[in-house]
Design a protein around this ligand. Structure first.
Ligand code: PLP
Length: 390
């Protein structure tokens, strides 16, 4: 039976295996294990790629978000605005900075922060805004930045899913005061372990993040403030230099697969396809559709060899960990509806056209079976009223 895994990192690394091994030997020969020249070279390369003046490599995307907030001076008593439809780390970084996450719902087409809801969430305590470039598409930065600037509030981009995405021709990370990236292995640019980076055009912010990631020292054993160990490994810096050279080709392949999915699923009933914002470049970290009976569809596709994911089944405001915030079902209805309906189809550069076709065909079969069952049922299911957003 055909099997389409959700991710295939072995195949991703096979063509660069020799190059990676040579780079590891170079790290081994120079013992540049924590920070050091390999990381510094990657920082230069990645800043150039993003179109920013500075890049500070750190241990993970979570570190990047947390240190970015600390560099802005966010602390206890402050509020930081973000979206509930994101990975937990966005909110965790806010909490670990000592501040309180405040949520703004997402736009139902692009799944990113709805700028029309932003203003009403701002209070005198708001110290930062974190739009999340979810699934590989940037948030609507122009209105978000206009509102933020009018209130004098800095913007931190969560670009952990958006390496190489662009908005009006400028790349993710280059719009806000700081941009945060993750190099978790499955991201569009992934390390061979954990990694992250903060990019910025502001020299002071870059210096502060660099200090914070290294125990608050700019000079060895002179600690200006309390920082943390959030340095990037030399091995990761070396691997990321090599992998960065292939990021554009990977993003283009993802965009081709997305176009093929789109063409094949155009006539499928009951499925909402991702919407690309005009003037934006979506880099399809994930290809997320919305379907009724999502959990059954996920299970049945798995049985047919098509392995999908859910990003994310529970919005952050409804997580047990944030029970203390006192937020309830119904407060962020778009996020909540998406959480119930989103389904991530296999998406990575190494997918073949045959695999994309197989996934689309199996999804269509599955959906028409469900549609037939629903129309045969006496009582209409509420999920049958799903409004396609494309
Ligand atoms: C992956 C991710 C993070 C966290 O990155 P790590 O490197 O896993 O710490 C944060 N935000 C979003 C939106 C992510 O997808």
């Amino acid at each position: 039976m055909t099997q389409v895994p959700f991710l295939d990192l072995r195949r991703h690394h096979a063509p660069i295996r020799d190059e990676l091994m040579a780079a590891f030997e170079a790290v081994l020969d120079t013992s540049a294990f924590a920070g050091g020249p390999f990381v510094q070279q990657f920082e230069k390369d990645f800043a150039a790629y993003c179109g920013t003046r500075h890049c500070v490599a750190v241990g993970s995307g979570t570190d990047a978000l947390w240190l970015a907030l600390l560099a802005l001076g966010v602390g206890p008593g402050d509020e930081v605005i973000t979206v509930p439809m994101t990975f937990m780390a966005t909110a965790e970084a806010i909490t670990y900075a000592g501040a309180r996450p405040v949520f703004v719902d997402i736009d139902r087409d692009t799944y990113t922060m709805d700028p029309r809801l932003l203003k009403q969430a701002i209070t005198p305590r708001t110290r930062a805004i974190i739009p999340v470039h979810l699934y590989g598409q940037m948030a609507d930065m122009e209105p978000i930045l206009a509102i933020a600037r009018a209130h004098g509030i800095p913007v931190v981009e969560d670009a952990c899913q958006a390496h190489g995405a662009a908005y009006q021709g400028r790349r993710a990370g280059a719009w806000g005061d700081l941009g945060c990236f993750s190099f978790y292995p499955g991201k569009n640019l992934g390390a061979l372990g954990e990694g992250g980076a903060v990019v910025t055009n502001d020299e002071n912010l870059a210096r502060t993040v660099a200090m914070l990631r290294d125990h608050g020292q700019a000079r060895k054993y002179y600690h200006d403030r309390v920082g943390w160990n959030a340095r990037m490994d030399g091995l990761q810096g070396a691997a990321l230099q090599i992998k960065l050279k292939r990021l554009e080709a990977g993003n283009e392949a993802r965009r081709r697969h997305a176009a093929q999915y789109r063409a094949l699923l155009a006539d499928a009933g009951g499925v909402s396809l991702p919407v690309e914002r005009p003037g934006s470049r979506h880099v399809y970290h994930l290809f997320v559709v919305r379907v009724p009976d999502r959990d059954a569809v996920l299970r049945e596709l798995g049985e047919r060899g098509v392995h999908c994911g859910i990003h994310y089944p529970i919005p952050v405001h409804l997580q047990e960990a944030y029970r203390d915030l006192g937020l309830r079902v119904g407060m962020f209805p778009v996020s909540e509806q998406c959480a119930a309906e989103v389904l991530s189809l296999p998406m990575y550069p190494e997918l073949t056209e045959d695999q994309v076709e197989f996934v689309a065909q199996e999804l269509k079969r599955c959906l028409s079976r469900h549609a037939a069952t629903r129309s045969a049922a006496a009582v209409p299911q509420p999920t049958a009223q799903l409004v396609p957003c494309a």
